[in-house]
Design a protein. Structure first.
Length: 159
C-alpha cells in the first residue's frame, strides 16, 4: 500500500479538518480546499509553516486531490468516522461522535502539527462563504508554487 498521496492519507487529514470545524458540514470542494490550505498553510499570508515541503506548481494539487479526498471520505464513512448528508445543494460531510475520539488517539508529532494546522484553517476560513473561498483560491492558486519559476529563470541567467 502506498501511504503518501493515498485516499487513506487524505482521509486522515480530512478527519482533522472536520473535527476542527466542529459541527460545520462541508461539501467536497471546501474539504479539498481546506486540505490544500492545511498542507500548504505557509502559502497563506501570516499562516503557520507548511506541513509538507513546497513543491513547484503545487496549486495543481487542488485538481488532482479531489478523487483522493472523495475516496478517503468513503473509507471513513464506512467506519462511521464521517457522516454524509444529502441536501438539495448536494452532499455535505461532517464529523460524527467518533471523530473526536479517534483524532485524540493520534499523538505523533505529525498528528499534533496536523491538529494545529486544521484548527488554524477552520478558524481562519470559517467565515468565508463557499463563493468567497472559491474566489480566494482562484485569485491565489497561480502564485502557489510559482516561486520555482523565478528560481529557474535566475538559474538559467548567464552572468
Amino acid at each position: 500500500m502506498r501511504p503518501f498521496n493515498s485516499p487513506l492519507e487524505c482521509g486522515l487529514r480530512t478527519l482533522f479538518v472536520l473535527n476542527a470545524s466542529q459541527h460545520m458540514r462541508m461539501d467536497l470542494q471546501r474539504i479539498v480546499a481546506y486540505d490544500y490550505l492545511l498542507v500548504h498553510s505557509g502559502d497563506i499570508d501570516f499562516g503557520p509553516e507548511s506541513l509538507h515541503p513546497a513543491v513547484p506548481y503545487r496549486g495543481v494539487e487542488l485538481l488532482v486531490k479531489r478523487d483522493l479526498v472523495r475516496a478517503g471520505l468513503n473509507q471513513l464513512i464506512s467506519k462511521e468516522l464521517v457522516r454524509i448528508e444529502f441536501v438539495p445543494e448536494g452532499f455535505l460531510y461532517g464529523a460524527t461522535e467518533l471523530t473526536a475520539a479517534f483524532v485524540s488517539l493520534l499523538k505523533s508529532p505529525y498528528a499534533i502539527a496536523l491538529k494545529s494546522r486544521a484548527e488554524w484553517v477552520a478558524n481562519h476560513f470559517r467565515s468565508f462563504t463557499d463563493g468567497d473561498l472559491d474566489a480566494y483560491i482562484t485569485q491565489n492558486v497561480g502564485k502557489w508554487g510559482a516561486e520555482f519559476e523565478t528560481l529557474t529563470a535566475i538559474d538559467s541567467l548567464e552572468l
